[in-house]
Design a protein around this ligand. Structure first.
Ligand SMILES: [Zn+2]
Length: 304
């Protein structure tokens, strides 16, 4: 037997050819996603490398996971699907039919995700930065932290393979685990799908915290009030004096309200005007109209 467990006379080229032939057959039957390495490296991007690094640091994995490297390299992972909490793969072994591998991974705990989102607030501005691994070292360290980070520990991962190998970590499972790293190189968002968390939580929290900072700088003026001028601009309508503001103004995105009011309201006068117009009820409208009439009447009497 060779190091890889194959009879010596089966060359890598032959294994590769066998896997490729099987893959062509499978493609005719169903939609498969084989693991194809780009270049010699087993992982190229931050997410792919971090995935592999995480697995290799667990004592119960480090001795056996290496057996999967050769399998991934010669294209034995014919199909690999990543879903929430699960990886399902077909791996070509020494037998004619590929083995079925199922890897179950616990979803990331809600508390852990919230803590990570809090500790990373303000560190990145966009989803693409997150996906490209363009974030500060502190954020990478928080992601990688054992126990409280984003990556699963070996205890959170359950492995299953249809092959006769009695080892929990057979070559097919090991190859599939490396296959996940290779797939994350192509689409890192799958990592978040696998762990059952929404990347927008992280991004939106970052933006919200930015808005909050702006508000506190601006003397904590209310972000909820919007001037009539802004309402007209947003809805394309002209508000008559004393008109009741549209009720759906409450549905305006908070961001719009915040930025517009901050920039456009001059000092203290504006909120008073806004309150009078937007919060006006019919009765108060009548009262103010009456007051106005009295004032005009007074002026007239003064002039005469
Ligand atoms: Zn196996």
């Amino acid at each position: 037997m060779s190091y890889w467990g194959f009879p010596k006379y089966v060359s890598v080229a032959e294994k590769r050819a066998k896997a490729a032939k099987k893959l062509e057959k499978l493609k005719k039957k169903r939609d498969v996603k084989p693991v194809v390495l780009q270049g010699k490296a087993i992982a190229r991007t931050w997410w792919g490398k971090a995935w592999n690094e995480n697995l290799e640091r667990y004592a119960d994995y480090e001795n056996r996971i290496g057996r999967g490297r050769s399998y991934v390299r010669h294209g034995a992972v014919l199909d690999l699907q990543i879903r929430e909490g699960e990886v399902v793969a077909l791996v070509q072994g020494s037998q004619s039919n590929p083995y079925e591998v199922v890897i179950t991974i616990n979803k990331l705990a809600t508390d852990a995700w919230r803590n990570i989102s809090d500790s990373c607030a303000g560190m990145i501005e966009s989803l693409s930065e997150l996906m490209e691994g363009k974030f500060p070292k502190a954020m990478a360290e928080a992601f990688m932290r054992q126990g409280t980070g984003l990556f699963p520990s070996s205890r959170e991962i359950k492995l299953r393979c249809s092959c006769p190998d009695s080892a929990t970590m057979c070559k097919h499972v090991a190859a599939s685990l490396y296959g996940v790293g290779a797939r994350l190189d192509e689409d890192p968002s799958l990592f978040f799908s696998l762990r059952g968390v929404d990347t927008s939580d992280l991004i939106s929290r970052t933006i919200v915290s930015g808005t909050e900072r702006l508000l506190s700088k601006a003397g904590k003026k209310s972000a909820r009030i919007i001037s009539d001028a802004d309402l007209s601009a947003v809805f394309g309508i002209e508000l008559a004096d004393g008109a009741v503001a549209p009720t759906h103004s409450a549905a305006l995105p908070r961001k719009v309200k915040a930025s517009k009011t901050e920039k456009k309201i001059p000092e203290k006068k504006a909120p008073v005007v806004k309150k009078a117009k937007s919060g006006l009820k019919k009765t108060t409208a009548k009262k103010s109209a009456a007051i106005t009439r009295k004032k005009i009447a007074k002026k007239r009497t003064k002039k005469t």
